[in-house]
Every structure is written in C-alpha cells, then in structure tokens.
Design a protein around this ligand. Structure first.
Ligand code: HEM
Length: 403
C-alpha cells in the first residue's frame, strides 16, 4: 500500500469556487503536500503551495498518464478527461505531436484575425443585452447566457473553421459533453461529432483556409497515419479545454469586478490602460479551482519531506498556489495593481495552456468592451444567491446584472 493510502484521512475538498480561500489557507499552513482521499475513495496527494506546484508542473518524473494505466482510478480518469487539458492525456510522443499540430492555430497572424472577429462578436452580444435590458420590466439580464457562455463557443468555431450556422450545434455539444463527464450522452455526443467532422472536412477539403481543420487536412496529406479519429480528438479537445475554462473566467472576472467597485470604476475610467493587469488578476484569483491539475508519479518523488510513490496520483492546485501568502502580498485581495504578476492560472511547464494568448485576448476584449459600453454595470443579486456550477473548472450558472 502506498504512503498516500496509509495516511489519507482528509476527504477530498470539493469547495465552492467562490469560497476556496479558507480551506486552501488551512492546507497550505499544514504543509505544501496533503494526503487526501478522492470522492471515489482513492488516495491522492494534494499540493497547495506555489513553489511546489510550479516545480512539480515542470518535473518530468510526473506525467499525465499513469505508469500502469490499468491501475488509474475511475475518478482520476474522469478528472483527466474533463480537466483543462482534457483529451490530451497521451504519451509524451503523442503530446509533442499534438502541440506541433496545433501550433499554427495560435500564431500571431491567426490571433490578429481572431481578435477582429471577437470584437465584432462581443459588440453584437452587448447590443443584444441592451435590447433585453430595455424590454425586461426589471431591466435585469443574464450576462452568463448572453455573453460568457456563447462567446467562447463562437470563437472556437472560428478557430476550427466551422461555419457560423453550426455555432448552435457546438453550443449544445459543449453543454452535453460537460454535463455528463463520462456518461452515455457524452459518448453519443462524441460519435455524432465524429460524423459531423467527417462531413465538414470533406466540404472544406477543396478550399483550405486559415483554420485548425484546414491545418489538420494539410497535416493529413503530409502524414499517412493521421486519421479522422485523431482529428476529432484534437477538435473535441480544443472545445473541452477552451470553452468552460473561458466561460468561467468571464463569469468570475465579472463577479470580482462588480464586488470591488473601486476596481470596476478604475477600469471604466481607463479601459485600455488597465485591462491587461485586470485580466491577469482575474486569472490569478479565479484560476481553475476544483480538482486541480492531475499528474501521476512515474517514479518515487520526494517533496518537502514526503515521499510520493510511483503510481500515486498528485493533484496540483493552481488556484491554491495563486493565493499563497508566501508569494503574494494580501493574496486574497483582488488587486490588479499588485507587483507580483506571475501566476499559474494557465499551468506551467510542458502542458502550459496552448490557448493562453487566445484566452487572454478574449478576456481583454470582453472586459474592455463592458467597461466602455456598460460603465454602470452592477450585480442584480447578492453573491450568496448565485448558483455555482459544479464543473471542474468552476463558475456560476447565471449572472444576473443590470445598469
Ligand atoms: C492546457 C487553463 C483557455 C487549450 C491548460 C492548462 C491550464 C489551462 C491550467 C494546463 C493543464 C495541465 O497542465 O494539465 C486555461 C484557462 C483558460 C484556457 C483558465 C481560459 C481562461 C484555453 C483555450 C484553449 C485552450 C481558449 C484553446 C481553444 C488548451 C490545451 C491545453 C490547455 C489544448 C493542453 C496543453 C497540453 O497538454 O500541452 N489550459 N485554458 N485553453 N489548454 Fe487552456
């Protein structure tokens, strides 16, 4: 039995993303590494301090796949499938190949093209919110349904090269996949998506463009081993990795700003000057927070006097790391002016978020546009009346606002 199994007493924390601070503070004080039991009853190590989380994220002795895959527990498998880097739980060679295939999608040129598109999308969603605001008798609109949820789907459609008319399909697909982590419907949704992709690839093949599907078709012509399955895996992976994560950062960012009105007013007074720092602070304090990033030890690893044995699951909490008082002054305060700008909200090391520049741009476009066009924005409900999403990356189900 591993040390983790003997020592694990603490039930796995499943904190509310809006209220993570007290729990993580206690854990960090106890030490950088805490033995925990996952909801499925499996032992795991939870790492909560910044230095250790960062070091372990770039430690090659830990990997995303289990050294003996048949021993990987059910819950940790589920976490891998639904975590920020979702479907990319692959061997190292596959991982390198995946990053190589996706690199052109995130080039500076593509980002410029996508930024113009994002700007138009965000303006369109805000126009719609104005209409709803003026027609609803109470003037309350849902910023989650009207902006935070649809925008990242639309951006991913554009990134992939799916036609605009299919956006609603992607929207439902993403919902179905995230609602049922490993359920039947998620499998059905995946199979449907496979068929859809085959159709789409054939439509696009005669006229390739600047998008992921065209990149993959080009790679396919150059590499015989590359098939539809891999194409689907890469595209579903982008939807998994890039949708919920961005939706929830827009939601949490709005909450941080509207519960710190001094910061909101500072942003509305100078959107261009303050939006970058504001987005970084949203990424720090609102980092994915529930399960954390999952790794397995491929050999025994000593961390701060604890031996993590080969095969043990290790959960690296980037949210806790980003609140570590050893690194950040007044760590729990939302303060875009803080001097410590580095954070682990997009991970670190070999798996560092490939979509970070896209996500950052998307958040900047959103918060600059909201600050410019809706300076009087306010929450229409108290924080404790909001319903929290239970997905792994955390967020709210609705965001009632008014102005
Ligand atoms: C990986 C966070 C947006 C694509 C990651 C990781 C984190 C993360 C923490 C590291 C996972 C690990 O080490 O296990 C976020 C957050 C986002 C966001 C908070 C939104 C604010 C996006 C977007 C895309 C994307 C928009 C693409 C459309 C990916 C991919 C990986 C990844 C493909 C896997 C990289 C690898 O394993 O090498 N993300 N991400 N992400 N992200 Fe993001």
């Amino acid at each position: 039995m591993s040390v983790a199994a003997e020592r694990s007493q603490l039930p796995f924390p499943r904190p509310n993303i809006l209220d993570l601070a007290p729990l993580y503070e206690v854990l960090r004080r106890q030490g950088p590494v805490t033995p925990v039991t996952t909801p499925a009853g499996d032992p795991a190590w939870l790492v909560t301090r910044f230095e250790e989380v960062r070091e372990l994220l770039s430690d090659k002795r830990l990997g995303r796949s289990h050294p003996e895959p048949e021993r990987a527990s059910r819950i940790t498998t589920a976490a891998v499938q639904d975590g920020p880097s979702g479907n990319y739980d692959t061997e190292e060679a596959d991982h390198t190949r995946m990053r190589r295939l996706l690199t052109p999608a995130f080039s500076a040129k593509r980002m410029r093209m996508l930024t113009d598109h994002m700007q138009q999308l965000v303006d369109g969603y805000i126009d719609q919110l104005f209409i709803e605001h003026d027609t609803n008798p109470d003037g309350v609109v849902d910023l989650h349904a009207g902006l935070a949820f649809p925008l990242p789907v639309a951006v991913i459609c554009q990134l992939l090269g799916a036609p605009e008319k299919d956006r609603a399909y992607f929207h439902t697909l993403s919902e179905r996949m995230s609602n049922t982590v490993i359920g039947e419907d998620a499998h059905r949704a995946r199979e449907e998506f496979s068929r859809y992709m085959i159709g789409l690839v054939e439509t696009k093949r005669p006229q390739l463009d600047e998008d992921v599907i065209s990149d993959l078709v080009r790679a396919q012509s150059a590499d015989e081993a590359f098939d539809y399955d891999e194409m689907v895996r890469l595209c579903v992976g982008l939807l998994f990795a890039g949708h919920e994560t961005t939706v929830n950062r827009i939601g949490l960012g709005t909450l941080f700003l509207l519960t710190h009105l001094d910061q909101w007013e500072a942003l509305t007074a100078d959107p261009d000057g303050r939006v970058d720092a504001t987005v970084e602070e949203i990424m720090r304090l609102g980092a994915p927070g529930d399960l954390g990033l999952l790794r397995y030890a491929h050999t025994d690893v000593d961390v701060a006097g604890v031996t993590i044995q080969r095969g043990d699951a290790v959960i690296l909490s980037v949210n806790s790391a980003n609140r570590d008082a050893l690194v950040y002054t007044d760590a729990e305060t939302f303060n875009p002016d803080r001097p410590e700008r580095a954070h682990l909200g997009f991970g670190h090391g070999a798996h560092f978020c490939i979509g970070a520049s896209l996500a950052r741009t998307e958040l900047r476009v959103v918060f600059a546009a909201l600050a410019r066009r809706l300076p009087g924005l306010r929450l229409a409900k108290q924080l404790d009346e909001l319903e929290v999403r239970t997905t792994i990356t955390g967020g709210v189900t609705a965001l009632p606002v008014t102005w």
